[in-house]
Write a protein that binds this ligand. Structure first.
Ligand code: FAD
Ligand code: NAD
Length: 451
């Protein structure tokens, strides 16, 4: 049995935890997949590299409303794909070698707990003073009759396909459906989205989700309130029976993408055998300092939080690093200001409470909505569909939340995140700061002035 000072399970956000302050300790990393985890290899980074290419294609097509008549003659999928992965793929090997060169033991088989603070990795047993569990999550494969009889993709594989299909059926209407729907539609693929809920992106503010659903329905075939009841092979592709509100129909497509959420890898880790308490979704239960139910075992990232976002995992990794190094000065991370963005078309971003959450919780709020079209840059864009929505507490004038749908939403929201995190009132943010004229930030300024 090998014994370590520190064992990291998962080399996604877990690998980011190490710093020179740990030098001299006996450290091991267990990573059965690729260093960099989901975000680098099959998540945020490659998907956004595809989104940028998709935005370029869509931008060319949309330029005609400005009087610029461009067209997209051809998308060279293989060259887009290879540009993305030629950059990403070498990083795993170099990151692993870097850790080994620092004296860290790297295990490349999956770990599972056999007892509290005792791991089995391949044939080896490992113990440690301190464990950090950062094993992430994986795509959910729903129990759809016939799914095992057809080739289907998840976000793990869809970015590496060899050729663009003529048509794609997307099961699910969340982040991944919205982003990959945009990517593949921009590259000329005919998209059908089957979404169980009444709108796409149901977790967004309802006004945003409605607007996005209307816009998506102009680009894709969108079947709402619908479920695939069975699926089978049809030629090289699939034929799905879909139960829609107005009856059953068959949808045929060359390719099927399943995007109905992600579940934590804590089952495969046998986290329960390690004494770790899990919630009903399989996430590890921690306190705000990221301590688990077993002393000396910390946990972070998608295996722990329900946000399932990289910047949240990064922030948690920083807190856990600090807490391991400074047990007398433990920090916490209250996740009340965890922003998100959906890199679809148009972009969407949100932080804090939505109007519906505020109502549900009985929280008083002021609300303002400002269309991009009311700003000079919105005119320049000939924009008619984008807006900034703010919620503020009428008593202390602090922001409660913000939602943006439109170009640059993920960037425009940042000053509002800053204000919420640093405790600035909407009045200070509106009056004590200059907004560059005529940038799109004027939509944010105007929404603030309205509160
Ligand atoms: C298509 C897609 C796009 C995304 N885009 C964004 C985005 O734009 N912005 C954003 O903020 N987030 C995005 N995310 C989410 C983001 O990727 C995750 O929140 C983030 O990667 C979580 O980091 P993690 O370290 O918790 O898990 P991971 O990065 O998944 O790392 C976990 C690691 O643990 C390893 N592991 C699994 N089981 C074991 C085991 N038993 N023993 C040891 N190791 C194990 C895995 O191989 C993996 O490498 C996206 C996700 C997807 C799927
Ligand atoms: N930009 C980003 O930050 C980004 C991008 C991609 C993914 N992610 C992360 O990855 C996670 C997973 O993304 P996702 O899109 O798979 O999940 P999601 O939770 O965002 O959406 C899942 C969707 O599938 C629908 N659904 C579930 N079961 C269904 C069924 N049987 N039939 C039809 N519809 C069904 C749900 O109603 C929901 O709309 C996200 O929650 C997010 O945390 C983040």
């Amino acid at each position: 049995m090998r014994h370590y000072d520190l064992v990291l399970l998962g080399a996604g956000s877990g690998n980011m935890l190490l710093s020179e302050e740990f030098d001299g300790l006996r450290i091991a990393i267990v990573e059965p997949g690729r260093f960099g985890g989901t975000c680098l290899n099959r998540g945020c980074i490659p998907s956004k590299m595809f989104v940028v290419a998709a935005d370029a294609a869509e931008g060319a097509r949309e330029a005609r409303r400005l009087g610029v008549h461009a067209s997209v003659s051809h998308v060279d999928w293989k060259s887009v794909r290879d540009r993305v992965f030629d950059r990403i793929d070498p990083l795993h090997e170099s990151a692993m070698e870097y850790r080994r060169s620092q004296g860290v033991d790297v295990f490349t088989e999956a770990a599972r707990f056999v007892a509290p603070k005792v791991l089995k990795v391949g044939a080896e047993r490992i113990t440690a003073e301190t464990f950090v569990v950062a094993v992430g999550a994986r795509p959910v494969v729903p129990d759809v009759p016939g799914l095992d009889t057809v080739p289907f993709h998840t976000s793990d594989t869809i970015m590496r396909i060899d050729d663009l299909p003529a048509s794609m059926l997307v099961l699910g209407g969340g982040f991944i459906a919205a982003e990959f729907g945009h990517v593949f539609a921009s590259f000329g693929v005919d998209i059908t989205i089957v979404q169980r809920g009444p709108r796409l992106l149901m977790a967004e503010d309802e006004q945003v989700s409605r607007r996005f659903t209307e816009l998506a329905a102009q680009r894709h075939r969108v079947l709402l309130g619908s479920e695939i009841t069975s699926v089978g092979p049809k030629g090289d592709g699939v034929a799905a029976r879909v139960a829609c509100p107005d009856g059953e129909q068959t949808v045929e497509a060359d390719m099927l993408l399943v995007a109905v959420g992600r579940r934590p890898n804590t089952d495969r880790l046998r986290a329960v055998d390690g004494g770790l308490e899990l919630d009903e979704h399989g996430h590890i239960v921690t306190d705000d300092a990221y301590r688990t139910s077993v002393p000396g075992v910390w946990a972070l990232g998608d295996a722990v939080n329900h946000f399932q976002l990289k910047h949240v995992a990064n922030a948690e990794s920083r807190v856990v690093r600090h807490n391991i190094l400074h047990p007398q000065d433990v920090r916490t991370l209250p996740n009340t200001v965890a922003p998100h963005a959906v890199f679809t078309h148009p972009q969407i971003a949100g932080v804090g409470l939505t109007e519906q959450e505020a109502r549900r919780r009985g929280i008083d709020f002021l609300v303002s909505v400002r269309d991009y079209a009311q700003t000079a840059y919105g005119w320049a864009l000939e924009d008619t569909t984008s807006f900034v929505k703010l919620l503020a507490n009428p008593a202390d004038r602090m922001l409660l939340g913000s939602d943006i749908i439109g170009p640059q939403a993920a960037t425009l929201i940042q000053p509002l995140i800053q204000a919420m995190s640093l405790g600035l009132t909407v009045d200070r943010l509106a009056h004590d700061v200059m907004y560059i004229h005529p940038a799109l930030t004027e939509a944010v300024e105007q929404a603030l002035l309205e509160l």
